[in-house]
Design a protein around this ligand. Structure first.
Ligand code: AP5
Ligand code: ZN
Length: 216
């Protein structure tokens, strides 16, 4: 099974991808996470991407497609892929088709998380993650069970993303509207798009996604 999770920043792609990994043993391929790892490691890709990401703009198609290609190459062909944050432009959608064909994979579902943009700023500016295990939290919607202690690993250090400021979120949303939303019709024409209400509680969104996956 190979699926794309599509939606604007803060729609819940990363949250739902992590749950699918847990429940189905699929692999999350997040270009955002790959780029942040490259920035942290100060690789040539990271050095090029850093300023672009800090502004909330899109990194070049060539860079992100090469990252995805390398991950798929290293994965067993029996492991399902969840594309999170990729593709984000029409050329990336074309490049993904070519890569999947080369790896003998087929796209089963494109799941669009539809959300109200006003709620996204709150979601993004309120989120934080465990510095040790990466578990995601939110100041209002998903607090650790014990304040200051990660539910998953007991870690007590948390971090926030540098691009999670209101100004950068607005740029990221504008990029989504201008460059990413227009790729939906490509997949609608293939009859593989399912739209899920991303404003529902996290568990309900998961249930909606599970129903789509069970449908085929
Ligand atoms: P990326 O890391 O992909 O960021 P994004 O698309 O902006 O998405 P986010 O990670 O912000 O949001 P999400 O949908 O995963 O939401 P989450 O689950 O965390 O990209 C970052 C940057 O990298 C880009 O700006 C660009 O520069 C570059 N880049 C990456 N990919 C690229 C590509 N393909 N091409 C070019 N450039 C690329 O949820 C958010 C919060 O809300 C969390 O706190 C969560 O707990 C909470 N939440 C989630 N669901 C719910 C719910 N149902 N109800 C209430 N709260 C919820
Ligand atoms: Zn943790």
């Amino acid at each position: 099974m190979n699926i794309i999770l599509l939606g604007p920043p803060g729609a819940g792609k990363g949250t739902q991808a992590a749950l699918l990994v847990e429940h189905h043993g699929m692999r999350q391929l997040s270009t955002g996470d790959m780029l942040r790892a490259a920035v942290k490691a100060e690789t040539p890709v990271g050095l090029e991407a850093k300023a672009i990401m800090d502004r909330g703009e899109l990194v070049s198609d060539e860079i992100v497609t090469a990252l995805i290609d390398a991950e798929l190459e290293a994965m067993g062909s029996d492991v399902g892929a969840i594309f999170d944050g990729y593709p984000r432009t029409a050329p990336q959608a074309e490049q993904l088709d070519a890569i999947l064909a080369r790896h003998g994979r087929q796209l089963d579902h494109v799941i669009e998380l539809s959300v109200n943009e006003d709620a996204l700023v709150d979601r993004i500016t309120g989120r934080f993650t465990c510095a040790n295990c990466g578990e995601g939290y939110h100041e209002h919607h998903k607090r650790p069970r014990v304040d200051g202690v990660c539910d998953k690993c007991g870690g007590t250090e948390f971090k926030r993303r540098k691009d999670d400021t209101e100004e950068t979120v607005r740029t990221r949303m504008a990029e989504y509207r201008a460059k990413t939303a227009p790729i939906l019709p490509i997949y609608e024409a293939r009859g593989i798009v399912s739209r899920i209400d991303g404003m529902a509680p996290i568990d309900d969104v998961t249930a909606g996604i599970e129903a789509v996956l069970a449908s085929k």
